[in-house]
Design a protein around this ligand. Structure first.
Ligand SMILES: NC(=O)c1ccc[n+]([C@@H]2O[C@H](COP(=O)([O-])OP(=O)(O)OC[C@H]3O[C@@H](n4cnc5c(N)ncnc54)[C@H](O)[C@@H]3O)[C@@H](O)[C@H]2O)c1
Ligand SMILES: [Zn+2]
Ligand SMILES: [Zn+2]
Length: 361
């Protein structure tokens, strides 16, 4: 048995996405069908459409979502129909070598649904990040569902499912930002601006926002940036040094993910500082550096997978902070759109008009 819903499909590299019929199977052991209420448009969806992640077309896009559990499969006893959940794309296994050593946020064997969703002609779909939530309903692993307070806005808290969590966690978890730190964030889209909000939550004293787009920098000021740098005109490394007593920042977060922005991050940190790469590079990108600079500048060069988050620990806590008015998730919802608006939303993202367009069902 299966049910037919609408979903946003990327059929081939670079081609516009389209709404098509999707067959969602009944949940098998450990699986859950979720009725999607809201799903944000993330740059990673566009990376998929452009073939930048892998070639496993067709993709069912969408992965930062909140919704209501509709059906649970055999063996799922901690979720029930009616539960309000935020979906996550790193459901930890508990038994891999990372989990067994007490570092589950690195889990090397995260869970997804085992049955595929399909097109009407039977073609199996690759759901973006194992979720596929630009669809009325989606099939996920039970571990991909975290229950949160149902009073919260689905459009806002759904963003914790990817970009906003990645940015917040890049600052708080991966970067270890703490009271009094100086932090610079290169790229102030949804992810970078969330890193700025995270740096403020953690008590950073200096927060430098860097972008090529003046509108993004204004939004960054609203979320906690104390200084802004227009990368289309300024020398980014010198500007960050200028705002940090000539030294560079304690933590520099690259939320773009290109060789030039990562290299800026590398040189814009203080001695023994930390670089966090949260933007996702493409397979063609390479970096060349004098090895002596890597040694001589010390510190840590880290990547942030999903903000090193643990959904069960972090989502409910961040929803609480949101509801207390201490974390402005609504500021990330630039517009709400319909399921047929995703291609337009990619264009708006390209033109820098939005932090997040959120598909509402
Ligand atoms: N690591 C993770 O777990 C994770 C999770 C979600 C998204 N991402 C990645 O994070 C990145 C950002 O995602 P987003 O949704 O915020 O995208 P976005 O397109 O909304 O934001 C990118 C921002 O970078 C700015 N920018 C582009 N080139 C720049 C440059 N040379 N210097 C300074 N700023 C520049 C743009 O103006 C824009 O504001 C993407 O690569 C995305 O795939 C990573
Ligand atoms: Zn694991
Ligand atoms: Zn994403």
């Amino acid at each position: 048995m299966s049910q037919t819903v609408r979903g946003v499909i990327a059929r081939a590299k670079g081609e516009p996405v389209a709404v098509e019929e999707v067959e969602v199977p009944d949940p098998g052991p450990g699986e859950v069908v979720v009725g999607v209420q809201a799903c944000g448009v993330c740059h990673t969806d566009l990376h998929y459409r452009e073939g930048g992640i892998n070639d496993e077309f067709p993709f069912l896009l969408g992965h930062e979502a909140a919704g209501i559990v509709e059906e649970v499969g055999p063996g799922v006893d901690d979720l029930a129909p009616g539960d309000f959940v935020v979906l996550n794309w790193r459901a930890v296994c508990g038994t891999c070598r990372a989990c067994r050593r007490g570092r589950p946020w690195y889990c090397f064997n995260t869970h997804n649904a085992s049955q595929p969703m399909r097109l009407a002609d039977g073609t199996a779909l690759s759901p973006a990040l194992g979720i596929g939530a630009f669809a009325d309903k989606t099939l996920v692993h039970a571990g991909q569902c975290t229950t949160v307070d149902p009073a919260a806005s689905p459009a806002a808290v759904g963003l914790l499912g990817c970009g906003v969590m990645a940015g917040l966690g890049a600052a708080i978890n991966t970067g270890g930002v703490t009271r009094g730190d100086s932090v610079a964030v290169i790229g102030c889209g949804g992810v970078g601006n969330a890193a700025i909000a995270g740096a403020r939550l953690a008590g950073a004293a200096t927060i430098i926002a860097v972008d090529v787009d003046a509108k993004k920098l204004r939004w960054a000021e609203g979320l906690g940036a104390t200084h802004t740098v227009d990368a289309s005109t300024a020398d980014v490394v010198e500007a960050i040094q200028g705002h940090t007593g000539g030294f560079g920042a304690d933590v520099v977060i690259d939320a773009v993910g290109r060789p030039e922005t990562w290299t800026q991050a590398f040189y814009a940190r203080d001695l023994a500082g930390t670089v966090v790469l949260v933007g996702v590079p493409t397979p063609q990108m390479t970096v060349r550096l004098p090895l002596l600079d890597v040694f001589g500048r010390g510190g840590a060069l880290k990547s942030s997978w999903y903000g090193d988050c643990l959904p069960e620990r972090d989502f409910p806590m961040l929803v609480d902070l949101y509801q207390q008015g201490r974390l402005d998730l609504d500021a990330f919802v630039s517009e709400t759109i319909g399921l047929d608006g995703v291609e337009d939303a990619f264009a708006k993202m390209h033109r820098g008009e939005v932090l997040r367009s959120v598909v509402m069902f």
